[in-house]
Write a protein that binds this ligand. Structure first.
Ligand code: GUN
Length: 298
């Protein structure tokens, strides 16, 4: 007899977080007159990035924020992109700046991210914010791993002392995810292993995981034989199949027969990324207004 894993519903939690953020945006405005502003920059015409950027801007508007989206052609120069970032850095009505990644070939992502004022870096990618997280004193944390942590807490997954394996070591997901699981306190205190393209037999290591976070960027790569029976599986990937349907990095139908809990694609991690961006933008506006923001100090 095969059982089926329970679904971890990211869409439902994201909707709740977005309502909370909208309420707190209204409160901040009433108390200080400050309206959080989010600037989103998209370079090039990658179709998936266009959808993500539209979702982010629509969500920020729905939460009562202001903002602006700037679209530059893939042929834009580094100087043109820097000018846009500099303008937002200097604009007091903008509290959060997000440059959608990946940038078109030829752009040096590192120098672009470093150009963003770290106090407006709601993506948590600037070296100052990445360093604060690494030291256990986070300010802005990348939205996707932050959303995964929220999902684990909401689903009452005990992370303390758990064997957690992160598949993927990107700056955007894998690395900050591992650091969050390593933090002291709620959603942390796990024993963390990170696997990457240089790892020998990642499947064998994944099979030791009570909590498996998959952020490899390869469609349906993680199959049932990678999963410890009863494990919690979080799928960060999103890919479009040739028939137009969406899938994750995990072979959902096979893995859900072995895992105890699993995030679906779509409707799992994706909506949480947007919700956490709103939370980070509210936090940036609160910091700028001198109101105490929700801080995680340890
Ligand atoms: N591309 C995919 N996810 C993200 C994200 O969270 N932030 C940015 N800037 N680009 C992305």
């Amino acid at each position: 007899m095969s059982e089926t894993a329970a679904l971890i519903n990211g869409k439902a939690l994201a909707d709740r977080v977005r309502q909370e953020v909208a309420r707190d945006v209204a409160r901040l405005r009433e108390r200080t007159g400050v309206v959080p502003g989010l600037a989103v920059v998209l370079v090039g015409d990658d179709p998936a990035s266009q959808v993500y950027v539209k979702n982010k801007q629509n969500a920020s508007t729905a939460a009562g924020m202001t903002g602006e989206t700037v679209r530059l052609p893939a042929s834009a120069s580094r100087g043109e992109l820097f000018d846009v970032i500099d303008r937002f850095n200097a604009d007091p009505s903008i509290h959060g700046i997000l440059v959608q990644l990946p940038l078109p070939r030829g752009f040096d992502e590192r120098s672009v991210i470093e150009r963003i004022d770290p106090l407006k870096d709601v993506d948590g990618l600037h070296p100052t914010n990445a360093g604060l997280l690494a030291q256990g004193n986070p300010r802005f944390v990348p939205c996707t791993p932050l959303g995964v942590r929220e999902l684990l807490i909401e689903a009452r997954i005990a992370t303390r002392g758990a064997r957690a394996v992160v598949l993927g070591r990107s700056q955007l997901v894998g690395k900050p995810m591992a650091l969050l699981l390593l933090q002291k306190g709620e959603g942390g205190d796990a024993t963390v292993t990170v696997c990457h393209t240089g790892t020998r037999d990642a499947a064998a290591i994944a099979r030791e995981a009570e909590i498996l976070i998959v952020a490899m960027g390869r469609p349906e790569c993680v199959t049932a034989d990678w999963i410890k029976p009863g494990a919690v599986v979080i799928d960060v990937g999103i890919h479009r199949r040739t028939d137009g349907s969406l899938c994750g990095d995990v072979d959902f139908s096979g893995v859900s027969r072995v895992a105890s809990k699993i995030t679906p694609v779509p409707g799992g991690v994706g909506p949480m990324t947007v919700a956490m961006l709103l939370r980070n933008t509210l936090q940036a506006a609160s910091l700028a207004s001198g109101m105490s923001a929700t801080r995680e100090d340890d």
